[in-house]
Design a binder for this molecule. Structure first.
Ligand code: SF4
Length: 449
């Protein structure tokens, strides 16, 4: 990477899983506004559902998620009971029998729930929503704690996809991130779910971890790819100890520098492509018959708070502490602390902590940012026309992009821009040109690569 590209790579910019991004959601947002948005949901359009379970049996020191250590089941059981109530509360406001095209369980570790509690919550959802026959039902799990009974139940409940955080197999790196899971443990978990009928498996891998080298990462990739996951998310470790306090346990001196991170990311992607995986957006790869690879080829890939998604629904209803939801009217995020979240539900109040209504300009800028992140190309006037906005709206942004074109990040023809191969690795930096909230500087972000 040249010096100018390395300077772009070290810029701290958002991951653009929404626009406006989460730091710009307003804390004075009223739950009654979200209730109104739910009431106005289009009864005919499929919605997506997300359920967050913030509990884990152990804490990984790299973790930036909203999670709580749970050594006993009682808090998890209480949480499951509050989830039932939150679903019922939202269902009172929504049109009856909304169709569902996507359901995702994330965390934390959703499989920290007992098999019976998971089944009861799925039954609750099926009581209030109509799952389309082709709906994708996905769940995150942890190879260290997934039991054979839970794997069987996940299959029996109709889940079509499961995700595992694999990260890195090198024992020294696993020690440094406090996540010990040898390859045979992961292989057993994968085999258990496939044997139960869960046809698609996702792996998360991470580069830029403490003590990680190109060699350990490539060995990890060879071992992981032998298990033939359908989809791989290849993330750079985001070291944000000012936000994720547990990352203070990470020895900063053992972290690879920017040049080494960029090299790890490049080599990992090269090797996976050589093994038959199709690169998707900034940080995903998938086998060519995976739905995400198909969506990327068709130009129908999207972003939501989980990253890249094949989900095309305008409405995503989030349940659980810290869950993020989206509607055509704006974004919301639930209260993060499980106790406060449950108490709001107990008072029959939607447990929303913050949110933001989106303007026509936000929608336009968000769409341009999403196409840059997903396709590596966009025509700003074409997007404006499609959304019924005035064309010729981004003169200043185009001037900034011309500077980036001079540095080899992109090519511009009129209002159409196409990122180069180098520019695609820096798509967050290019997308940030269209972000009018970034200058408000409310948040610190991780570096671009
Ligand atoms: S990385 Fe996953 S399993 Fe580890 S503490 Fe965070 S949420 Fe839990």
């Amino acid at each position: 990477m040249s010096t100018s590209l390395a300077a772009y790579a070290s810029r701290a910019v958002p991951r653009y899983t929404s626009y406006p991004t989460a730091p710009h959601f307003r804390e004075d947002f009223a739950p009654s506004t979200y209730a109104e948005w739910l009431r106005r949901t289009d009864p005919a359009a499929p919605v997506s559902l997300y359920l967050h379970v913030p509990f884990c049996r152990a804490v990984c020191s790299y973790c930036g998620c909203n999670m709580k250590l749970a050594s006993r089941y009682a808090p998890i059981a209480a949480y499951a009971a509050a989830l039932h109530d939150e679903i019922a509360l939202a269902a009172c406001l929504l049109p009856r029998g909304l169709p569902v095209g996507h359901l995702a369980w994330g965390g934390g570790t959703p499989t920290a729930l007992s098999p019976d509690d998971l089944a009861a919550l799925m039954e609750r959802l099926r009581r209030h929503f109509i799952f389309r026959p082709d709906a994708e039902l996905s769940i995150e799990s942890d190879p260290r704690t997934l039991t054979a009974e839970m794997a069987q139940r996940i299959g029996a409940l109709g889940f079509t996809r499961a995700s595992f955080g694999v990260q890195e197999f090198d024992p020294r790196v696993q020690q440094a991130i406090n996540r010990i899971q040898p390859p045979d443990m992961v292989a057993r978990a994968v085999d258990g779910l496939r044997g139960a009928g869960v046809s698609r498996i996702n792996f998360d891998l991470i580069y830029g971890l403490p003590h990680q080298t190109e060699e350990t990462l490539l060995t990890t990739i060879a071992t992981a790819a032998a298990m033939r996951p359908d989809r791989i998310a290849l993330f750079g470790y985001a070291h944000v100890p000012w936000m994720a306090k547990r990352q203070r346990l990470i020895d900063e001196a053992a972290l690879p520098d920017g040049t080494a991170r960029a090299r790890q990311s490049e080599r990992a992607a090269e090797v996976l492509i050589g093994l038959g995986y199709q690169p998707i957006g900034l940080d995903h790869l998938a086998l060519p018959d995976d739905s995400m690879a198909i969506a990327a080829r068709a130009g129908t890939l999207h972003r939501n708070f989980q990253g890249y998604t094949t989900d095309t629904a305008d409405t995503l209803i989030g349940f659980g502490a810290t869950a993020i939801g989206r509607s055509p009217f704006g974004h919301v995020q639930n209260i993060a602390e499980p106790g406060a979240w449950a108490r709001a539900i107990g008072r029959f109040i939607l447990p929303v902590a913050k949110g933001v209504a989106i303007s026509a300009e936000d929608r336009l800028r968000g769409e341009v940012i999403e196409r840059i992140m997903c396709d590596g190309e966009v025509d700003t006037d074409a997007v404006a026309s499609r959304l019924g906005c005035a064309t010729g709206w981004c003169g200043d942004e185009l001037k900034t992009l011309d500077g980036m074109a001079g540095d080899g990040l992109l090519m511009r023809t009129g209002t159409a821009i196409t990122l180069t191969a180098e520019g695609r690795k820096l798509s967050r930096v290019v997308a940030a040109v269209f972000d009018t909230y970034l200058a408000a500087g409310r948040a610190r972000h991780s570096v671009a690569v």
